[in-house]
Design a protein around this ligand. Structure first.
Ligand code: HSE
Length: 313
């Protein structure tokens, strides 16, 4: 038997929502799990890159062995019903750029889990899948929208459960994702964060997360301009994304831009704007990075409201 799952990319944090806000985007990885006919072949993982979208993806990011995060997720699911995985062939058709802050690792975790769950006759419900995916990923803000789609506020609770609520992203606001031609691993981007933050910075972000929820509910541009500010992760990560400071400063003078944030842990940048002057906004990013010899793919994408789904390959 063979099952394929198509999983969307995700942008996490979205300003003040460090580790708790995330949104699905219409770029996809498709993960296929096949039970092999010959016993004793173990688990084999292959990655096929979609050259049309990202020509420079590197296979070694998804280790071809049982240490892979896909394998870990699949193994946890099997273990949860008292079984162990064996004789599986896992294939990843990859369209989501790796290590760019677009949820590529979350997508393979989620795809592996959902495919294995289907093969096993669906022993795990959404709650269980979210828990396992978050345990493997370490935070819920990519895996939750990857599973359920849309824009979510999500929390990994102390008892291991994920609690989430969906928010409606206003259609009037554009999401422009700027993907530089270099990678930044989430491990490195998390290693620069302090263990403790000043109380005033925690208060700053708490206020802004509240503003974010109200801003999307009321489609309030002024509130959104404030909501997209952050003091918990971006100031520390700024040095890992050359040009982010210049791009942020230039975009402050564009009245159609509501904000400019790191996508997840970076290095991609997410710009929230009105629909006007998109070419001008994109050119500002392109030219600023070009001056620093950084090439970029820049695209305006809608929200993907559908999460991971089983597909017929
Ligand atoms: N919230 C996570 C972080 C997202 O910023 O480290 C990683 O994709």
């Amino acid at each position: 038997m063979k099952v394929s799952v198509k999983v969307p990319a995700t942008t996490a944090n979205i300003g003040a929502g460090f580790d708790c806000l995330g949104m699905a985007l219409p770029l996809y990885n498709t993960i296929t799990i096949e039970e092999t006919v010959l016993p004793g072949t173990g688990v084999e993982i292959n990655v096929i890159n979609d050259e049309s979208v990202a020509s420079d993806l590197i296979l070694e990011h998804v280790p071809m062995d049982e240490n892979s995060i896909i394998y870990k997720a699949v193994e946890l699911l099997y273990n949860s019903i008292g079984q162990s995985p064996s004789e599986l062939k896992i294939t990843v058709q990859s369209q989501i750029p790796i290590a760019r802050g677009l949820g590529s690792s979350a997508s393979v975790i989620v795809g592996g889990l959902l495919a294995a769950n289907e093969l096993l006759g669906k022993p795990a419900d959404e709650v269980a899948l979210l828990s396992i995916a978050t345990e493997v990923e370490g935070h819920p803000d990519n895996v939750t929208p990857a599973i359920v789609g849309g824009l979510v506020l999500t929390s990994f609770e102390d008892d291991g459960h994920v609690v989430y609520t969906k928010l409606d992203w206003p259609e009037e606001w554009c999401l422009t994702i700027c993907i530089p031609d270099y990678e930044l691993s989430t491990d490195i981007a998390r290693s620069v964060l302090p263990k403790e933050v000043p109380l005033e910075d925690a208060i700053f972000n708490a206020k802004r997360l509240g503003m974010f929820v109200q801003a999307v509910n009321k489609k309030d541009e002024d509130l959104m301009r404030l909501a997209l500010q952050d003091r918990l992760h971006q100031p520390y990560r700024m040095k890992l994304v050359p040009g982010l400071d210049k791009i942020t400063e230039k975009l402050k003078h564009e009245e159609d831009v509501l904000g400019c944030v790191l996508s997840g842990a970076g290095p991609s940048i997410l710009i929230v704007s009105r629909k006007n002057n998109l070419d001008k906004i994109k050119n500002i990013v392109k030219e600023t990075w070009a001056d620093m010899n950084v090439k970029a793919d820049i695209m305006t994408l809608p929200v993907e409201n559908e999460g991971a789904r089983i597909v017929n390959e």
